[in-house]
Write a protein that binds this ligand. Structure first.
Ligand code: AKB
Length: 316
């Protein structure tokens, strides 16, 4: 069997750092190249500093390592993106085109790019949002993801570039903090709880959003990349679902471990973004095509988050 050479762009981020470790354990540490514009902590194994807006720098890395699989995770997310819409559009689109073009020219065999529930917006059913439905997002991040999905489909049809994608819900992880998303509260809340501090939530208590635990998210991406070409019938991006909960439900789950935990609510501009997203997702296509199935619910995720963050807190 031919050895894979896997490049991760955005390996310092929330998804990227966990994905790097998992891919290294599955494919061998020498076959995974972790890249980012900087690293908080240099990962074990092969590592490259890469500004993915720099086409030549990306080309050089892909060509030098003879990359066979590429995961492009760098993006400006929903909440942060609203502070500078044009910069967000430029970054999200330019980096994706660099990835598509370099992958096409260097004959990368498979490309993964994460889309998001942020593709949904006006005139989408909020319960069980369908795979194929209106995509009229309210954020520049969402607009860039809808465009990205369509370009992924275009590159597959026109150039036979094997681009695969998942619309991720909010991701919960203890390893790293997310940055700039509307769903970030669901991670930040744990960091306050384990310090026995109260948490001020920027969403209303009943704002239900789709979420996923990091292990499920990483497994989904790797399983999709491992599926045979004929299993993949969606070339824009697959819906996946795991759990849906509101800040109040999450706070209640945390209170089982910290009965004195206190949450207050002060909704800001992110409330409007959250209100434009569905509360649950229909993931039938992903289940039927490549066997997607989530494993972690709110209770399990809460237990894992607390058990892993608590020891870290003791050593800080
Ligand atoms: C965000 O909140 O912007 C992201 C996402 C749902 O894509 N976590």
């Amino acid at each position: 069997m031919k050895a894979e050479k896997i490049l991760i762009i955005g390996a310092n981020g929330q998804l990227g750092s966990a994905l790097t470790v998992e891919l290294q354990s599955r494919f061998g540490i020498a076959n995974v190249i972790a890249s980012d514009i900087n690293f908080h902590k240099t990962p074990e194994g092969q590592c490259e500093i890469l500004d993915v807006t720099d086409y030549d720098a990306l080309y050089k890395i892909v060509n030098t390592y003879q990359v066979t699989q590429l995961y492009h995770l760098a993006a400006i997310l929903s909440a942060k993106g609203e502070a500078s819409p044009l910069k967000t559009w430029d970054f999200n689109i330019q980096t994706f085109f660099n990835v598509l073009e370099v992958s096409r020219l260097c004959k990368v065999e498979k490309v993964f790019f994460p889309s998001s529930i942020a593709v949904y917006g006006e005139h989408t059913q909020r319960v069980n949002a369908q795979q194929y439905t209106n995509l009229i997002p309210t954020t520049v991040y969402g607009i860039s993801k809808v465009a990205g999905e369509n370009w992924a489909n275009y590159y597959f049809r026109k150039y036979n570039l094997d681009v695969r994608s998942i619309r991720f819900p909010g991701v919960l992880s203890y390893q790293t903090l997310p940055g700039g998303g509307t769903t970030d509260y669901a991670v930040d809340i744990f960091h306050k709880a384990i310090k026995q501090e109260s948490f001020e939530c920027f969403l209303n208590p009943d704002t239900t959003l789709p979420m996923i635990y990091i292990t499920d998210a990483i497994r989904a991406a790797i399983d999709l990349m491992a599926a045979s070409t004929k299993q993949i019938t969606v070339r824009t991006s697959y819906n996946i679902a795991a759990m849906s909960f509101s800040p109040k439900q999450l706070s209640n789950a945390i209170s089982k471990y910290y009965p004195k935990f206190k949450i207050t609510y002060k909704p800001d501009f992110r409330q409007q973004i959250a209100d434009s997203w569905p509360i649950s997702i229909d993931d039938t296509k992903a289940k039927d095509d490549w066997g997607w199935k989530s494993e972690y619910n709110l209770e399990q995720t809460t237990e894992i988050m607390i058990n892993n963050l608590k020891p870290k807190q003791l050593f800080n």
